[in-house]
Design a protein around this ligand. Structure first.
Ligand code: TRP
Ligand code: SF4
Length: 404
């Protein structure tokens, strides 16, 4: 079976945490919305990943899935451009996870930084489970089952994508060789003569064991300098330096999402765990109330006290929402005690309400039509599954499981 080129395919996923907030919108969704027009995108609601940490109270996952899906759609993820699906409805993720587990060294999983970090952080749960250890491998299966070329993620997820690349490399190394490839390559080495053969083998080992790129270059140069060997032997020998063989599962690249500047109501990063969020479906009255009661520069007790925007979280919101003239007005008015804090907050409140208005309207439509939402998801799951099935056929064949 031929493997189509999927370099430009994008896959990303989000755990179903329920209703999303402005931090998700500015940090992740706006980037996805842009990508969906540029690439072939797959966006997964990874409910199995939610189970790795919430296995003891799984009942909220269902509602969280629907809430998150409605927010994705309302924000502008377009089922006509992107494939939106639920991980647990594409069982091929689980099959690939299992198959990959056969070749995954335990030490690779144990050294993923989030493994220890999360265990230390989440004290109220026992995360010394098999499922939690396998979290990044399940994520690798999510990516590899679509042969995605790029994975948009935040900086915290880069080690996971890195491990996914290592798994793909190992898989290709073990299962991507044609029968006899190694023997032919070894025979070609002998044809180079004693001295060159020895140098070649040393450089190849240096590259494979230590990733020494200079050794790679020198080995290639050495092969290219050989007059006595055929072109096909030359190609074989170059392929053999890298570990050789066919690429069955291409290595994806992490597409680092720029850190969002969206601050929470207290100036820290907006996050549900800090309780400083504005939801995507927040009522205008509540937006108004939340911003109006926001902390400002603590030195500004009275209206007549001058303030410093650098010490005020409201200023960070102006940085996201205001044009230059409004920002000049804030800087000048705050430092000279010429404007009051409520006055200063007004343009931000208006900007957020305006931004959320169309999102809220679309969310309402989806809330009122749950069948439509289910239909969109069902269609996405089917399209995703078609792709995943193709990969599994190739994978099963490569692993000697082609009999059925
Ligand atoms: N681990 C990711 C997170 O916590 C979610 C995720 C699961 C994911 N599978 C993925 C992200 C595949 C990108 C690609 O954010
Ligand atoms: Fe903050 Fe604006 Fe008040 Fe200055 S005037 S302290 S920037 S809210």
């Amino acid at each position: 079976m031929s493997v189509i080129n999927t370099d430009r395919r994008v896959l990303s996923g989000m755990r179903p945490t329920g209703k999303l907030h402005l931090g998700h919108y500015h940090g992740v969704l706006k980037n996805w919305i842009k990508l969906q027009h540029e690439c072939e995108c797959f966006f997964a609601i990874v409910d199995w990943h939610a189970l790795t940490t919430h296995y003891d109270d799984p009942h909220m996952i269902e509602q969280n899935v629907w809430d998150m899906l409605v927010d994705w759609l309302a924000a502008g993820i377009n089922p006509g451009s992107a494939t939106i699906f639920l991980q647990s409805r594409v069982p091929e993720h689980a099959e690939l996870h299992l198959l990959l587990s056969m070749i995954t060294p335990l030490s690779w999983l144990e050294r993923v930084p989030t493994y220890k970090e999360q265990q230390d952080k989440i004290k109220d749960k026992d995360l010394a489970t098999y499922g939690f250890l396998g979290y990044p491998l399940l994520q690798a299966a999510d990516i590899l089952v679509y042969r995605a070329g790029a994975v948009p993620v935040g900086a915290d997820q880069v080690p996971h994508v890195e491990m996914c690349r290592e798994i793909a490399r190992r898989f290709n190394h073990i299962y991507g060789r044609d029968l006899g490839f190694e023997e032919q390559a070894e025979a070609a080495i002998k044809k180079m003569g004693k001295k060159a053969s020895k140098a070649y083998t040393q450089l190849k080992t240096l590259f494979q064991e230590q990733g020494d790129l200079e050794a790679f270059e020198r080995a290639c140069a050495l092969v290219n300098d050989q007059q006595s060997i055929s072109i096909s032997d030359r190609e074989r020998l170059i392929g053999y330096i890298e570990g050789g063989g066919k690429v069955i599962l291409p290595e994806p690249k992490a597409l680092l999402t720029p850190e969002s500047k969206m601050p929470g109501l207290d100036g820290q990063k907006m996050s549900k765990s800090y309780g400083n969020t504005i939801a995507l479906r927040e009522e205008p009255d509540l937006v108004d109330q939340k911003v109006r009661t926001m902390q400002t520069d603590p030195a500004r007790v009275r209206l007549s006290d001058p303030g410093d925007p650098d010490k005020c979280p409201v200023w960070q919101l102006h940085e996201v929402y205001s044009d230059q003239s409004t920002k000049d007005w804030v800087q000048e008015g705050c430092r000279s005690a010429g404007i009051g804090c409520i006055e200063c907050k007004k343009p931000v409140i208006d900007a957020i309400i305006t931004e959320l208005e169309p999102i809220r309207a679309r969310a309402k439509e989806y809330e009122d039509n749950p069948d439509m939402v289910r239909g969109i998801l069902a269609e996405g799951c089917e399209a995703a599954r078609d792709e995943a099935k193709q990969t599994l056929e190739v994978v099963r064949d490569a692993m000697g499981l082609g009999y059925r």
